[in-house]
Design a protein around this ligand. Structure first.
Ligand SMILES: [Zn+2]
Length: 425
């Protein structure tokens, strides 16, 4: 299958300064085979005219709990501990396998509609999350959330799915091991997760230093901070995705700066749950990769990565009391290539380059709120939103075109999720 994209303003996200040029892009099956001016080829199956569009790499959401879409707008503005113990956990206990599928499916549709092409998910019922990713065509790193309960079963399920997906050359799904967090996993659980990740030659996805209270709990329990605790259990021997990383000391950063993978910064979740401000500038200056994530809808209410870029920028500017903390291009990098590095997928995605997977989005720029085009990157970060994404291509397949989903029944998904919400909430 050959698809030719013509008249594109290509923002390739390669290099340290923005490179935008008028090019055609030729996609052969799942990969980009040419990015040149006026590509001529007699065997094209489909031509897509990208006039008035910026074509850039698909966005990479480095931390999600897709099945939590059921909680959108449910019991907000209450204390974190009350919210978790009285609102979220009791409902999660009642979620059935089909609920996880439909809720994840809804999240996948929202991500596609707002330009995300890859996500990194941690939840229970990983098999049903994978089913939703397969159905919608998204790329995803998926992990079965492991805490101190029923560990053996979750480890066995992780092993089973890693064997299916991690050895497939063409797989859009990659299995990680999810140790939920240092405060919910005792040393034996963490050790089992590390052994499993080593055995499967994969990485670990965990929450780290999200709140001050949890850090204090870990210090009281083990006499060391969360980062030191994970380090003492050899977690950083394998690639890691560390969600949040707000309460990390200079000593912690010294440990973290050489990890494979990196931090997932979730600015809206951190604001909405009053968790605190992650010092992204400091972490990035130490050499750490920092990607962007939304967290679950329960804590953000949206999966729109444009909102995350914008909020990340505002938070750093307030945190540093400096309007030059991070520029728009750096924020776009965090949402694309740096996120890909955090997930260990940067050989395949995150930039538009010949040989890479054809994961890309078209942003329609012929709009009132994006006019004039003085600085494209700044317009994307500060003025655009998910609804400006016109077309989404993942793994060479057109998933959405002119904002119409191809072969996905959105009405049916909404009907199913409303039914689940009515039953459980
Ligand atoms: Zn989370």
């Amino acid at each position: 299958m050959k698809t030719l994209i013509t008249n594109a303003n290509v923002l390739d996200m390669v290099g340290d300064i923005p490179n935008i040029s008028k090019k055609d892009i030729l996609i052969c099956d799942s990969r980009i085979s040419k990015i040149e001016e006026n590509i001529q080829d007699n065997n094209i199956d489909e031509i897509i005219n990208a006039k008035n569009m910026i074509v850039m790499p698909g966005l990479v959401n480095t931390h999600t709990h897709l099945a939590m879409s059921i909680f959108r707008g449910y019991k907000n503005d209450i204390k974190l501990i009350d919210w978790l113990e009285n609102a979220i956990f009791p409902v999660e206990d009642k979620l059935e396998q089909d609920d996880i599928y439909w809720n994840s499916y809804l999240s996948c549709l929202e991500m596609i509609r707002s330009g995300t092409t890859t996500c990194n998910d941690m939840y229970f019922g990983m098999n049903r999350v994978i089913e939703a990713l397969e159905k919608t065509g998204l790329r995803g790193v998926v992990a079965w959330c492991i805490t101190d309960d029923s560990i053996r079963d979750k480890i066995e399920r992780t092993r089973e799915y890693a064997k299916i997906y991690n050895n497939r050359e063409d797989s859009r799904i990659k299995i990680y091991v999810a140790a939920h967090s240092p405060y919910s996993c005792d040393p034996d659980t963490i050790k089992l997760c590390v052994d499993l990740a080593k055995e499967l030659k994969t990485g670990i996805h965990t929450h780290l230093a999200e709140t001050k209270d949890e850090e204090e709990t870990i210090i009281n329990r083990y006499g060391m901070a969360g980062t030191e605790y994970l380090n003492s259990l050899h977690v950083f021997d394998v690639p890691v995705v560390l969600a949040h990383g707000i309460y990390v000391s200079d000593k912690d950063i010294d440990i973290l700066k050489s990890v494979k993978g990196g931090i997932s910064h979730n600015p809206i979740s951190n604001c909405k749950l009053s968790s605190g401000i992650c010092d992204v500038v400091k972490l990035r200056n130490s050499g750490l990769n920092v990607g962007l994530g939304t967290d679950g809808i329960a804590s953000t209410t949206t999966l729109d990565m444009f909102e995350e870029m914008r909020t990340a920028s505002y938070l750093q500017k307030v945190n540093d009391a400096s309007s030059s903390s991070m520029n728009s291009y750096e924020l776009l990098k965090m949402a694309t290539i740096e996120g890909a590095k955090v997930l260990g997928l940067d050989n395949d995605i995150g930039t538009l380059e010949v040989g890479k997977k054809a994961d890309m989005i078209f942003i329609k720029t012929d709009k009132i709120h994006l006019c004039p085009e003085n600085d494209i990157c700044t317009n994307i970060v500060y003025s655009a939103n998910g609804a400006d994404v016109d077309t989404v291509i993942i793994d060479g397949k057109v998933i959405m075109q002119n904002r119409k989903m191809i072969n996905l029944d959105e009405k049916e998904v909404m009907k199913q999720v409303r039914k689940i919400a009515k039953r459980l909430l």
